[in-house]
Design a protein around this ligand. Structure first.
Ligand code: IMP
Ligand code: MG
Length: 188
């Protein structure tokens, strides 16, 4: 008999699916509920880090009915490799005012911690009413600077992952699930 249950199919460049579309969808819903608990009906300002956080942010924000302002910033930390190349650089900064606002930074993945600790310090300097950080993925074992996010979708092992916004050399962002990229494909 035909079944409607979809099995997660890995992209040919991935060695396995780490998180399926359904797992991601369920977790994003529950993160939305956590946001409702934190902010109630209050307005908050989301600072999404392009390009990686775009898909996650789009899905997350549709889980809440709060008044939300959205700003997108761009930070480069990787170039086209899989290893961070030193100090993250702010390429495109904030356009909204942040002073006195409840700010939620949204990123795809917390890895060494360099990007989010730099950005948090920068935003704290702009005197928001509150500052929280939400990441879809957390590679806790890779931290080089101490940093914890307030909301975490999934803790994952030290593997290079792609899909659902995450890229390697700007590719794979459109995969609906998150997979571990084959080492043979981790070359520029
Ligand atoms: P951090 O400053 O090392 O924490 O860097 C975080 C950024 O590195 C993320 O926003 C991603 O753009 C990128 N990154 C870290 N790990 C991965 C991964 O496994 N796949 C894709 N991008 C990653
Ligand atoms: Mg990123």
């Amino acid at each position: 008999m035909a079944t409607s249950k979809k099995t997660a199919v890995s992209h040919p460049d991935c060695e396995c699916v780490l998180l399926t579309e359904a797992q991601i969808r369920r977790r994003v819903k529950s993160l939305g509920r956590q946001l409702k608990k934190i902010y109630g009906q209050d307005e908050f300002t989301v600072v999404a880090i392009m390009n990686g956080a775009i898909l996650f942010t789009a899905d997350l924000l549709r889980q809440v009915d709060n008044p939300v302002r959205l700003d997108c910033i761009r930070i480069s930390s990787y170039g086209s490799g899989t290893e961070s190349h030193g100090v993250p650089k702010l390429i495109h900064g904030l356009t909204l005012d942040i002073a006195g606002r409840h700010v939620l930074i949204v990123d795809d993945i917390l890895d060494t911690g360099k990007t989010l600790s730099l950005l948090s310090d920068m935003i704290r300097g702009l005197r928001p009413a509150s500052l929280r950080v939400c990441v879809l993925l957390d590679k806790k074992g890779r931290r080089q600077v101490p940093f914890e996010a307030d909301l975490v979708g999934f803790e994952i092992p030290d593997k290079f992952v792609v899909g659902y916004g995450l890229d390697f050399a700007e590719r794979y962002r459109n995969l609906t699930n998150i997979g571990v990229l084959k080492p043979a494909r981790q070359k520029p």
